[in-house]
Design a protein around this ligand. Structure first.
Ligand code: ADP
Length: 322
């Protein structure tokens, strides 16, 4: 292995830049040349590849988003698109590729490696924390903290006016962000895509909470909840509760912003681990951190749905919200 490339793909996540920096600097340390690919797989198909030296990644560690850019690339889902991408990797003499992103990115990386002479190693980068093989993905901690800042502000208003607030956070298929924000924000209820929502039960629970002397309630809703949007759920729940209610959808403010310490450190650790993995001959593997250890997981196992939002934390929420 002499030349490697790095790209970021799918939804941006804080900490991606920290990982890019670590890949480049660690590769430099090991005497490898690194190339950066612009805009994920779209840039790879178009040959938008450029050398990245240790100095080129100065001053990016603390930035949210991704300085390499990211894009959705329908063309990369086709064999012809991936053939083009492989052609460009060959042209530059690149034999190792680090892909930073979520499950879609890993599906693409897996297919690419199966069809060509390229070793692919993935770094989990998504605010959804929905990948198997790592306790946390890059961006999750920062996104939870961002949501939490808004929840704390909303709590002030909810408490002052004695209101019922519904707060919608990101998570189309995954409730991790909602669960951690709700648990850390002291919400009464959390609604996640992994658990069927029983509107009547929630209405009853909230009615009881107010009857028992609670002055306000926060309900955190993942955007992909099966009962609908936070606005629809609020209408259905509030019908039987005699309390003023409001709805806030946090939206895209949750994605960007400077990475928190955990995402910077995880980016450093996994960027370095990805380079070591490539040097060690790893292919179609994701580097992750479980219980403080760096571990490798086959890419094709990372997007399995077996490991869902933790039941024990959902029950803990229920126990503490009274
Ligand atoms: P994420 O990586 O955050 O899950 P996406 O699902 O948008 O984001 O995937 C990122 C990119 O990965 C897509 O734009 C596409 O180019 C590529 N990709 C996704 N799924 C596949 C697949 N099944 N086969 C090949 N490439 C894929």
């Amino acid at each position: 292995m002499r030349r490697i490339a790095v790209l970021t793909s799918g939804g941006d996540a804080p900490g991606m830049n920290a990982a890019v920096r670590a890949v480049v600097r660690s590769a430099d340390f090991h005497g490898l040349e690194t190339f950066g690919v612009r805009d994920g797989y779209a840039g790879l198909i178009e040959g938008r590849v450029e050398p990245l030296g240790a100095r080129a990644v100065s001053g990016i560690l603390h930035l949210g988003g991704t300085v390499l850019g990211t894009a959705r690339s329908p063309a990369f889902r086709t064999t012809e698109g991936r053939r083009q991408a492989l052609k460009h990797l060959d042209l530059f003499g690149i034999d190792g590729l680090v892909v930073i992103g979520g499950d879609g990115t890993f599906r693409g990386g897996d297919a690419l490696s199966r069809e060509g002479h390229i070793h692919v190693v993935g770094i989990p980068g998504t605010i959804d924390n929905d990948l198997i093989g790592t306790d946390f993905t890059l961006g999750f901690d920062t996104a939870v903290n961002t949501a939490l800042e808004s929840i704390d502000r909303i709590r002030d208003t909810a408490a002052s006016h004695g209101r019922l607030f519904f707060i919608e956070v990101m998570g189309r298929h995954s409730g991790w962000l909602a669960l951690y924000s709700a648990l850390a924000g002291g919400a009464t209820e959390v609604l996640v895509p992994e658990r069927p929502t029983d509107v009547a039960r929630i209405r009853e629970r909230i009615r009881r909470s107010f009857a028992l002397g609670k002055r306000f309630c926060l309900v955190v809703v993942a955007e992909g909840d099966d009962a609908g949007s936070a606005f629809e759920i609020a209408e259905a729940v509030a019908e039987g509760v005699d309390v003023d209610h409001r709805v806030t959808a946090l939206g895209h403010v949750q994605r960007g912003g400077p990475p928190m310490m955990r995402d910077r450190v995880l980016g450093a650790l996994l960027g370095d681990a990805a380079v070591a993995a490539l040097i060690g001959g790893a292919d179609r593997a994701m580097v992750g951190q479980r219980c403080g250890e760096v571990v490798h997981t086959p890419l094709e196992r990372t997007w399995s749905t077996a490991d869902r939002t933790p039941e024990d934390l959902l029950t803990l929420m229920d126990r503490l919200a009274r």
